[in-house]
Design a binder for this molecule. Structure first.
Ligand code: SAH
Ligand code: SF4
Length: 348
């Protein structure tokens, strides 16, 4: 019998399994609490379960799906990333960003990505496989456990690591719902952010879920020709459609959308582009995050000079669009946005 990942189960499924073992149902709640409140990663940790039940748990389930194969910290110690190997050998990276008043975890949703955005290190490596909901959850619990050792906790989880969350929609939503459980990990929906390249039907579906989860859209250009050259999926879901879907999301949820805009020297950073962006977003409940493009091996360009970034920001502000420049973090350990690709030379 192949073992299942325990974090892939809902509480109902776990209860069903417990009943099948001839155990009372409350055992499921005990196991659940061990996983999501105590962060046990081994059946042996349960002091409240019988030896027999612990043995059965061990025979039926995997508790530690992530094999950390390298960890790196930025010079200031505020950004750390871990490279994990998953079953079957797929690799992912998870990044912890510590700020003064919050600890934000950037999780991967796929190993690699099929979207092929030209400037993105994950896109450059191609697609390996989807992660299961449990593999996404395991990243969160792994770091929650580490932080607890220094009496800290995770305050936010952003789906901005490797992969396109809306290409793996169900696993991402299942992971959020499970982590949301007040009797388990109990992380409020508002503490999650999903970032998408703009899969229009999924943005609409997401709007209809009735969740308070934040939505970020990776826009990167204000005209379709430029955007298609950077983000190939734009040919299927052009800017107007993406923005239309965002308006639907805002109307349904009354929540603010974030637009990510990676500024690339001489490509999408002109005053004209800033004005066009302002026109697209006029009157929307939104915020623009400007990011100077981080360097990647496969893309021969980088972020513009500070003056250009400032000018771009000023135009948006003059058009009454809320915008900020996101500070770069963890660049030297390839943990900045879009730099999550396995590069052995960097890890050893
Ligand atoms: N696939 C999703 C989420 C993962 S990418 C998405 O595209 O939104 C996370 C963020 O990093 C996205 O906003 C993406 O556009 C950005 N990004 C990718 N490569 C980058 C780079 N080289 N420099 C800066 N941001 C980058
Ligand atoms: Fe995939 Fe996002 Fe990278 Fe595009 S930017 S290749 S969607 S991870």
């Amino acid at each position: 019998m192949t073992k299942k990942l325990i974090y892939d189960l809902t509480l109902d499924e776990l209860t069903h399994w417990v009943s099948k073992q001839g155990e009372p149902k409350y055992r499921a709640a005990q196991i659940w609490e061990g996983l999501y409140k105590q962060y046990y990663s081994d059946p042996a940790s349960y002091s409240n379960l019988s030896k027999t039940l612990k043995k059965r748990l061990d025979q039926a389930f995997i508790f530690s799906p992530l094999m950390p194969s390298a960890t790196l910290s930025s010079r200031d110690g505020n950004t750390g990333k871990t490279l994990f190997e998953l079953s079957g050998g797929a690799r992912i990276e998870t990044v912890l960003m510590r700020y003064t008043s919050r600890n934000s975890l950037c999780v991967s949703t796929q190993s690699g990505c099929a979207m092929g955005c030209t400037f993105c290190a994950t896109g450059q490596m191609g697609f390996t496989r989807h992660l299961s909901s449990g593999e996404i959850i395991a990243q969160v619990l792994y770091y929650a456990n580490i932080l607890r050792q220094s009496s800290e906790s995770l305050t936010n989880v952003v789906f901005m690591g490797m992969g396109e969350p809306f290409q793996n929609y169900d696993a991402c939503l299942d992971a959020i719902r499970r982590l949301n459980d007040p009797d388990g990990f109990n992380m409020g929906a508002r503490r999650f952010t999903i970032s998408t390249v703009g899969i229009v039907p999924k943005i609409k579906k997401f709007a209809d879920e009735g969740l308070q989860v934040n939505l970020a859209i990776s826009l990167h250009a204000a005209d379709n020709a430029t955007r298609s050259s950077l983000v190939p999926i734009n040919r299927m879901y052009p800017i107007e459609k993406v923005i239309g879907a965002c308006k639907y999301y805002i109307q349904k949820t009354n929540r603010r959308v974030s637009f990510e805009y990676g500024l690339i020297n001489g490509v999408n950073d002109s005053n004209l582009q800033a004005m066009a962006l302002g026109d697209h977003l006029k009157g929307m409940l939104c915020h623009v995050n400007l990011i100077a493009l981080n360097p990647t091996d496969g893309f021969d360009n980088t972020g513009p000079k500070q003056e250009r970034i400032d000018a771009f920001l000023q135009i948006l502000t003059a058009k009454k669009i809320q915008a900020t420049v996101r500070t770069r973090r963890g660049i030297e350990i390839q943990a900045g946005c879009g730099q999550l690709a396995y590069q052995q030379s960097n890890m050893l």
